[in-house]
Write a protein that binds this ligand. Structure first.
Ligand SMILES: [Zn+2]
Length: 195
C-alpha cells in the first residue's frame, strides 16, 4: 500500500511515484528544462503556428465520424517539424529525450479539454456537429489504470494525439488522458519529423 508520503511524492500529471519529495522536485525541474526552447529551434511567426493548429483541428475532426461503431481510442498523426511542435506545445511538455528525439505531453483529468482549448485557441477542437443537431465529442474517459505503464505501452514510433471519443447529445467531459507525442523520424534521403 502506498503511504501518505508516497502519495505526496506522486506527479499529478504523469502519476509517477517518487521515493520522496526531493525526487518529485527534481522531476519538476527537468520538466521546466524540457519546456525551454533550444537554440536550434526557430521561433516561428504567429500565423504559421495558427495555420498549423487549424490543420491539427481538421485532422482531429476527421476522427469524429457520426458512427457508434467507430467509438473508442483514436490516434491522429500529422507530419510536423520540431520547431512547430515546440511552438504549439512548449510549456506543456512533460517528457523530452534529446538523444531519442522524443517529446511527450500528457493531459489527464477534467481540465484536459479546457487546457487543450487554450493550446488550440478553440473550444470547438473536440466537437463536430452534424445535421439534426447530432454531435460527436472528444470525451476524456477514466483510464482503468493510472500508472505510467499505460503511457509507455504506446508505440513510440507513432506520433499521436490519442483521443477517446463518444457520441452524445450533451457534452460530457470526464477524467481521462490525452497523450501528444512528437518523435523524430529518420528517413535518410529526406528526413522529416512527425507529431
Ligand atoms: Zn510527471
Amino acid at each position: 500500500m502506498p503511504t501518505a508520503t508516497l502519495l505526496n511524492a506522486r506527479c499529478s500529471t504523469c502519476r509517477k511515484v517518487f521515493k520522496n519529495s526531493k525526487g518529485l522536485a527534481r522531476h519538476k525541474q527537468y520538466i521546466q528544462r524540457y519546456n525551454q526552447r533550444h537554440q536550434e529551434l526557430d521561433e516561428l511567426p504567429d500565423n504559421i503556428i495558427a495555420e498549423f493548429k487549424q490543420i491539427l483541428l481538421a485532422e482531429i475532426h476527421k476522427k469524429l465520424p457520426l458512427n457508434f461503431r467507430s467509438m473508442g481510442k483514436k490516434i491522429v498523426s500529422i507530419p510536423c517539424p520540431e520547431s512547430i511542435f515546440f511552438s504549439v506545445f512548449g510549456g506543456y511538455i512533460h517528457y523530452h529525450s534529446y538523444s531519442k528525439g522524443i517529446y511527450k505531453c500528457i493531459f489527464r483529468g477534467h481540465e484536459t479539454y479546457q487546457v487543450l482549448s487554450t493550446i488550440f485557441n478553440s473550444d470547438q477542437w473536440g466537437k463536430k456537429i452534424y445535421s439534426q443537431n447530432q454531435q460527436t465529442y472528444v470525451v476524456c474517459l477514466d483510464s482503468p489504470s493510472q500508472d505510467t505503464s499505460v503511457i509507455e505501452e504506446i508505440d513510440p514510433l507513432e506520433k499521436l494525439l490519442q483521443l477517446s471519443k463518444k457520441k452524445t447529445r450533451q457534452p460530457r467531459f470526464l477524467r481521462g488522458e490525452i497523450l501528444i507525442e512528437w518523435k523524430k523520424k529518420n528517413i535518410q534521403r529526406n528526413q522529416r519529423e512527425y507529431i
